[in-house]
Design a protein around this ligand. Structure first.
Ligand code: SAH
Ligand code: SF4
Ligand code: F3S
Length: 483
């Protein structure tokens, strides 16, 4: 999946380079896939560091390579295969190198990966992440090759978060649930991530408190369908209540979450955007298709007009909410008219950002058996048309930000431009500006000067530095109004 608000392996490396305490075993981490994989890789990293490993950004110097994989589309799978292919020569040159493959593709192929790539030492399924650190030690000691693929156990929440906490990134991800029970007909996730399992609320709150103690100011709550958080837990709790509890944590400035399923987006959650000031005014709400006929064949559980109604309610409660979405083109049987309905939905909703994909057959899914597959060249043409429409919308929306004052949570030095700081607005837009590094972790006000295609540049308003300024509400963006 493309990056939304990602915690890259590079970030992880930079974060921990200074924290390694021995040079005994050099670890290289490569993560493909969604934020859940990023989170899992980060947990693996923390647990291996606490065992004395150190991180390297030079793959040729690594003693252990940890690859976290995705298989949501064929392209993601190919990426993992080609990465693994490139490792073969490395292993030939250094037989002591140990290669660990984890994540969704590892879960799907299991021992098949060991058979196909004889230089892979360890395959770990999605529910085996908490065991990676001790298994890594085992494969380092021996020449045994193994696959560890624990069964799906509804009683177990596969907690991956290690006790040891170093400093946390300003915006830290926290997994609140695993798995998915929705079985959209195109999707491999329920097969590789298993049934939905929510983590007990106290465990989540404790993790967030620790992250905040370590410097986090924003948390990104992760799950395949966060709206169904709580089902199956002994305690009676839903996602809105979890948000309210997280909201009380001192020194936490912002809360985000992803991903929400439109069918489960209820009034209570919509109200949270008005009632909880720390909840960022941004929602990622994948719609997948604009045609009811296609939505039904996808087993999405809502119609296009129901989707529109939810967007309308959200905007009534929070007029300046930023919206992003996922969509795919070329689902089996998608006609030109179906596709045009998708384009119309885009035009009427006016998303800030869109992640768009070509449908890709996944083994074992229902839709892989559907007839009327759409030709790749048609998919390519539809994707291009769709992206053209969205690019114009995104451009307009970014330009409209010029001149406005936005609250930015400063995350660190900007990667793009030297000497600048970077952060994001509530609506999840990246803003770069000149400013000192002691602003990291603080929410500041920035006047937007220039709009680029995927980021904004602004000027820091020193008088508006949070906590040192009089009320700025009049000069700022409209805040959410409850109805
Ligand atoms: N749980 C999330 C989605 C996770 S997968 C949700 O329901 O929103 C991320 C995105 O990948 C999906 O939203 C969908 O747009 C896309 N996707 C999933 N399976 C796909 C497939 N077989 N082909 C193309 N895109 C796919
Ligand atoms: Fe896949 Fe649908 Fe579950 Fe999302 S909700 S992970 S698209 S099955
Ligand atoms: Fe990919 Fe697995 Fe995430 S298939 S999108 S890494 S849940």
């Amino acid at each position: 999946m493309k990056t939304r608000q990602q915690f890259t392996s590079q970030d992880i490396m930079e974060l921990t380079l200074s924290q390694s305490h021995t040079e005994t075993c050099r670890l290289y981490i490569q993560t493909f896939g969604c934020q859940m994989n990023e989170y899992d890789s980060h947990c693996v990293l923390r647990s291996l560091i606490s065992r004395g490993y150190c991180i390297t950004s030079h793959i040729t110097q690594a003693d252990v390579i940890f690859l976290n994989t995705c298989c949501v589309r064929e392209k993601a799978e190919q990426k993992a295969f080609s990465f693994l292919g490139r490792l073969r020569r490395l292993k030939e040159r250094r037989p002591s190198l140990r290669i660990i493959v984890a994540g969704c593709l590892a879960q799907q192929l299991g021992t098949g990966l060991l058979a196909r790539f004889d230089h892979v030492d360890l395959v770990v399924g999605t529910r085996g992440i908490p065991s990676v650190s001790h298994l890594a030690e085992e494969v380092r000691r021996t020449t045994h090759r193994m696959a560890y693929l624990p069964e799906d156990d509804p009683e177990c929440h596969y907690d991956t978060f290690p006790e040891t906490i170093f400093n946390s990134p300003v915006a830290s991800p926290v997994t609140i649930m695993q798995g998915c029970d929705n079985f959209c007909t195109y999707c491999i996730v329920p097969f590789v991530r298993g049934r939905e399992r929510s983590r007990p609320s106290e465990m989540i709150l404790q993790e967030i408190r620790k992250l905040v103690d370590g410097g986090a100011r924003e948390v990104l709550l992760l799950g395949q369908n966060v709206n169904s958080y709580g089902s199956g837990l002994k305690e009676v709790i839903g996602f809105p209540e979890l948000l309210r509890q997280i909201h009380t944590i001192p020194n936490l400035l912002r809360i985000r979450f992803t991903t929400s399923h439109p069918k489960d987006l209820n009034e209570d959650l919509i109200r949270c955007f008005a009632d909880l000031p720390k909840l960022c005014k941004h929602l990622h709400l994948p719609f997948q298709a604009g045609s009811d006929r296609v939505l039904k064949r996808m087993n999405r559980g809502y119609t296009s007009s129901e989707y529109h109604e939810k967007i309308q309610k959200l905007r009534e409660v929070c007029p300046d909410i930023g919206l992003s979405s996922d969509v795919m083109v070329g689902f089996p049987g998608e006609t030109e008219e179906d596709f045009q309905e998708t384009v119309r939905l885009l035009e009427s909703v006016q998303f800030d950002t869109l992640f768009s994909f070509r449908y890709s057959d996944r083994p074992g899914t229902k839709s892989s058996q559907f007839p009327d597959k759409v030709d790749e060249s048609i998919k390519a043409r539809r994707l291009k048309e769709l992206q053209g429409v969205q690019d114009a919308i995104t451009r307009r929306k970014y330009l409209a930000e010029q001149g406005k004052v936005k609250e930015v949570l400063v995350e660190g030095p900007s990667k793009a431009s030297n000497g600048q700081m970077t952060g994001r607005t509530h609506q999840n837009r990246i803003v770069n500006f000149d400013g000192p590094s002691n602003l990291i972790g603080k929410a500041v006000d920035v006047r937007i000067v220039t709009a680029f295609s995927h980021s904004l540049r602004g000027d820091l308003l020193p008088a508006y530095l949070k906590g040192s300024a009089p009320s700025t509400e009049n000069s700022k963006e409209a805040s959410c109004s409850g109805k």
